[in-house]
Design a protein around this ligand. Structure first.
Ligand code: HEM
Length: 407
């Protein structure tokens, strides 16, 4: 048995995408997958970690209860981040074991396939309204700002029960919150405002319950042995907003760009909207927008193959790499909208697997079966080379997507 603390070479955590291929993950992954297991990497946060890059390794890692999620998703790539900061109550992503299971149990009934199907009509109406507004305005428009960002934001408003009168302001604020280039002062002030807003919303729902997620969450908590505290409810509300807004917006923006670059695939989808379900799974796999993977910490010594990972060591599950594993997804570097790779890793795996995945699917499926059909001549309004990407953000995507069409 090898003691992994003595493993030799430490490589830099792979962050850079291949030149000219903004949809492909870093080239190093392919080599790590075939030549190495447990690649030792040094991360921008100032820690060394084991990088797991094959599909099977990623799943095994994410399904192992001896690994803690206490450090936030992907913070290994955030410069000089304190990964040992205490976990905030209600922060579902970072809790482990029974504390995590308690919150997950209370939230799960809100995200059943049945509930999400019921939201589908609302989502479809919203998408049609947005497309009408874009068509009325005339091209070129920034599809990211005018379409990709507002849809998930308004869907979360509906989910949380944000009153209609507050939605425009809430949407403007949350789009600042998830932007990667807002000035730090604006970001801090907006974050404060959104937190206060959610706190007010939770208190309103406590006093006057309605038919929405927050009200039901409060009630479910009250019926349990350990009711949710105000702080937990606020943090849960914020977590849903942050986890569900930019991720879905990035998927809408980036998949549209990738499809515009693959016109024969786009034509197939345009001509047969029933391809949307499979197309969504394929784009989730192919783009793997949680681009730097998921960070975990070993809570005890773990035997991995013929090696031992010591308690306290950091590990990273490289979702983007697992999703390009040729042994599971042949021709993984190609988009094949008919592939239907439902076992992809884009939503993670194991206890923390994305709780909002059915909602994200409904939103993306409705976009995929409406946008390209209603604007069949949709195309970029600038050369492809002028599109800029969120290279350093935890969720990858375009910064803007200027498009136009034949009037
Ligand atoms: C395409 C869009 C989305 C992607 C790619 C995505 C991706 C992910 C991933 C990879 C995780 C696992 C994190 C981990 O294991 O550490 C996760 C967890 C989570 N996601 Fe999503 N997500 C998306 C949309 C949404 C939506 C729409 C919501 C809700 C409105 C949401 C809410 C959450 C929450 C609350 C968690 C934490 C679950 C837990 O810790 O038990 N996500 N997501």
């Amino acid at each position: 048995m090898t003691d992994t603390s003595s493993l030799p070479t430490t490589r830099a955590f792979p962050t850079a995408r291949p030149a000219g291929c903004p949809f492909d993950p870093a080239e190093d992954y392919a080599r790590f997958r075939t030549e190495e297991s447990l690649t030792r990497v040094s991360c921008p946060a100032g820690i060394d970690a084991y990088l797991l890059s094959s599909y099977d390794e990623v799943r095994a890692l994410l399904n192992d209860p001896r690994l803690s999620s206490r450090a936030a998703v992907s913070t290994h790539v955030v410069l000089d981040r304190d990964l040992d900061a205490p976990t905030v109550p209600g922060s579902i992503l970072h809790l482990d074991g029974p504390a995590h299971a308690r919150l997950r149990r209370m939230l799960t009934p809100e995200f059943t396939v049945k509930r999400m199907q019921a939201l589908r009509e609302y989502v479809r109406g919203l998408i049609d309204e947005r497309i009408d507004a874009i068509l009325a305005k005339g091209g070129p428009v920034d599809l990211y700002q005018e379409f990709a960002l507002p849809i998930p934001s308004l869907v979360i408003c509906e989910l949380l029960g944000v009153p209609y009168a507050d939605r425009d302001r809430f949407q403007a604020q949350s789009s600042i919150l998830v932007s990667t280039d807002a000035a730090p002062e604006l970001m801090a002030a907006t974050s404060q405002e959104v937190q206060q807003y959610i706190a007010g919303l939770v208190m309103t729902k406590m006093a006057e319950p309605a038919d929405d997620l927050l009200s039901r969450l409060i009630q479910r908590g009250n019926e349990s042995e350990t009711p949710l505290t105000l702080e937990e409810l606020i943090v849960l509300g914020l977590s849903l907003l942050v986890a569900g807004h930019e991720t879905t917006a990035n998927m809408i923006g980036l998949s549209t760009l990738a499809l515009l670059r693959n016109p024969e695939q786009l034509a197939a989808l345009r001509e047969d909207p029933s391809l949307a379900e499979s197309a969504v799974e394929e784009m989730l796999r192919y783009l793997s927008i949680v681009q730097f993977g998921l960070l975990r910490n070993a809570t005890e010594d773990i035997e991995f193959g013929d090696e031992t990972i010591r308690a306290g060591e950091w590990l990273v599950a490289a979702l983007a790499s697992g999703n390009r594993d040729e042994s599971v997804f042949p021709n993984a570097e190609k988009i094949d909208l008919r592939r239907n790779p439902t076992t992809h890793l884009a939503f993670g795996f194991g206890a923390h697997q994305c709780i909002g995945q059915q909602l994200a699917r409904v939103e993306l499926q409705e976009v995929f079966s409406r946008l390209y059909q209603r604007i069949p001549t949709l195309r970029l309004a600038v050369p492809f080379e002028e599109i800029t990407f969120k290279d350093n953000a935890l969720a990858y995507g375009v910064r803007g997507l200027p498009v136009t069409w034949d009037a």
